[in-house]
Design a protein around this ligand. Structure first.
Ligand code: ADP
Ligand code: MG
Length: 400
C-alpha cells in the first residue's frame, strides 16, 4: 500500500484497505486527548501510541498501544490498522514518522516536524519564507560560547536548540562573561542565543493546510505568558491592529507553504514596542493558544487536525463568540507553600455564565504542570474578559 502524500484522498483508498476507520496519534498528552475527542465526533476510532500507562489521550482513545514512540512492532501495528497517523507533540522522533509514512499517510510530514524541533532550522525556515525573527546565533561548542562576536546579541536568551518547552531549557544571559557558564548550565548542548527583544504583545496564528495546499486559519490569538508558560489567550486580540493580524496570518500561511505542510501548524509572534512584528517559534500541531476554538469557533483546531489528516474538506472556521482562555496549572491545587494537593473550587467558576471547564484527566497535580483550561465565551470581547477576570479572581489567579 503506498501513501498518498499529495492528494486529499487517503480516506477512500485507505479505508477500503483497512476496514474500520481508525486514526492514529503519536503521543498521549492533552493535545492528543482533545484530538481523540474531535476524531470521535467525526465518527473515527482512535489509536494512541504512548508509553505512559495513564496518559490523558490513552484514557480517551479506543485503543492504547503502550510502547515507546520508536518501537518498530507498535509502529507497524499502527500503520497496519490506521487510516492515517498524526502526532500531538513535537518531540516525537522524526524517524518514527518516516517509518509510519512508508506504510500509511502521515501528517504533518516528518521533514516539517524536524524543522520545528530545532530552533536553528526553524529560524532558517523563517528566513526562507521572508519572515523576520530575533537576531540570533547557534552555539555548539565551548569556543563558540566564549566568542566576543556574540556581544550584539546581549542581553539575550540562551535556548537549547531542541527539546525546550514552556520556558524550560532557557536562561537569560546579561553579559559576554556570563555566556560560557550559561551554556554549560544548559548541558553544553547546541543552543541558540537570541537577543532579548522589547515585547509589547505576543500573538499566535493557527493554520491548517490540506494535502492539496488549501490553507485556512483561525483568528489571531493574543497571548500572555507568565514565567515562560502560556497563562491567558484572548480572541479577538484586543491590542493587535488589524494590519498586524493580517500580516501574521499571511506569514503563517507562507511558512506552512514553505514547509509543504499538511496538518495544523501554530506560529508564535512577538509584537515589538516599535510596532514591528517578528516570528518567535512554530509548533507542528494544535497549540495551547488555540484551545478556545473548541468553544468559540464552529470548527476547532482539533477538528482541523482531523480534517487535514483524513482528507476531509477544509472550510474557514468562523468564530461565533468572543473568548478568553485561562490555563489551569497544577499550582492551583496547592495552598501557599503546602505540599498537599486539594481540588480547586470548580463550582465557583462553573457558576459563571459562559465558563467552560476542560480538565485533562492527569492524576497528579504538580506546580507548572498543565492540568486543564477554562474557556469563557460571550457575545463580545469586553463581556468575555469581565467574566474571565471574575473566574481568575475566584481561582486565585492574577488579573490580566
Ligand atoms: P517555549 O518553547 O518554551 O515556548 P519560547 O521561545 O516561545 O519557548 O519562549 C517562551 C517565552 O519567553 C516567550 O513566549 C516570550 O514570552 C519569552 N521570550 C522568548 N524569546 C524571547 C526574546 N527573544 N525576547 C523577549 N522575550 C522572549
Ligand atoms: Mg513558545
Amino acid at each position: 500500500m503506498s501513501a498518498a502524500p499529495n492528494s486529499n484522498r487517503p480516506a477512500a483508498d485507505h479505508m477500503a484497505a483497512v476496514g474500520a476507520p481508525t486514526l492514529g496519534v503519536l503521543g498521549g498528552g492533552q493535545l492528543g486527548r482533545m484530538f481523540v475527542h474531535a476524531a470521535q465526533v467525526h465518527g473515527f476510532r482512535v489509536s494512541v501510541l504512548e508509553p505512559d500507562a495513564a496518559s490523558p489521550a490513552g484514557g480517551a482513545a479506543e485503543r492504547h498501544l503502550r510502547a515507546a514512540y520508536g518501537d518498530e512492532a507498535a509502529l507497524a501495528e499502527l500503520a497496519r490498522h490506521c487510516l492515517a497517523v498524526t502526532t500531538e507533540f513535537e518531540n516525537v522522533p522524526a524517524a518514527a514518522l518516516r517509518r509510519l509514512a512508508a506504510d500509511c499517510p502521515v501528517a504533518p510530514p516528518a521533514a516539517a516536524v524536524e524543522v520545528c524541533q530545532h530552533r536553528a532550522l526553524e529560524k532558517q525556515c523563517f528566513a526562507a519564507a521572508g519572515v523576520p525573527c530575533a537576531p540570533h546565533a547557534l552555539i555548539a561548542s565551548a569556543a563558540e560560547a566564549a566568542s566576543a562576536a556574540l556581544a550584539p546579541l546581549l542581553p539575550g536568551i540562551l535556548k537549547t536548540a531542541s527539546l525546550g518547552y514552556d520556558g524550560k531549557g532557557q536562561l537569560g544571559v546579561a553579559t559576554l562573561q556570563d555566556l560560557p557558564a550559561a551554556w554549560a548550565a544548559l548541558g553544553g548542548v547546541p543552543c541558540v542565543l537570541e537577543r532579548r527583544l522589547p515585547l509589547a504583545r505576543e500573538l499566535s496564528v493557527i493554520v491548517a493546510r490540506g494535502r492539496d495546499g488549501q490553507t485556512v486559519h483561525l483568528p489571531p490569538q493574543q497571548n500572555l505568558h507568565r514565567d515562560g508558560i502560556l497563562a491567558v489567550t484572548q480572541v479577538p486580540a484586543p491590542d493587535i491592529a488589524a494590519a498586524t493580524a493580517a500580516r501574521a496570518v499571511a506569514w503563517a500561511e507562507g511558512l506552512a507553504a514553505t514547509l509543504s505542510y499538511v496538518g495544523v501548524l501554530c506560529v508564535e509572534f512577538f509584537l515589538l514596542q516599535d510596532g514591528s512584528l517578528v516570528a518567535n517559534e512554530m509548533a507542528p500541531r494544535p497549540h495551547n493558544s488555540g484551545h478556545y476554538s473548541i468553544d468559540a469557533c464552529d470548527v476547532s483546531q482539533f477538528d482541523l487536525q482531523v480534517r487535514t489528516l483524513a482528507g476531509l474538506p477544509l472550510v474557514a472556521p468562523r468564530q461565533h463568540s468572543a473568548a478568553v482562555m485561562l490555563n489551569l496549572l497544577g499550582d492551583l491545587w496547592f495552598d501557599g507553600e503546602s505540599h498537599t494537593p486539594r481540588t480547586p473550587d470548580w463550582a465557583a467558576v462553573l457558576a459563571l455564565a459562559g465558563a467552560r471547564l476542560h480538565l485533562y484527566g492527569k492524576a497528579e497535580p504538580r506546580r507548572g504542570r498543565k492540568m486543564g483550561h477554562l474557556t469563557v465565551t460571550a457575545a463580545d470581547a469586553a463581556s468575555a474578559r469581565a467574566v474571565a477576570l471574575q473566574a481568575a479572581a475566584r481561582l486565585g489567579l492574577p488579573a490580566f
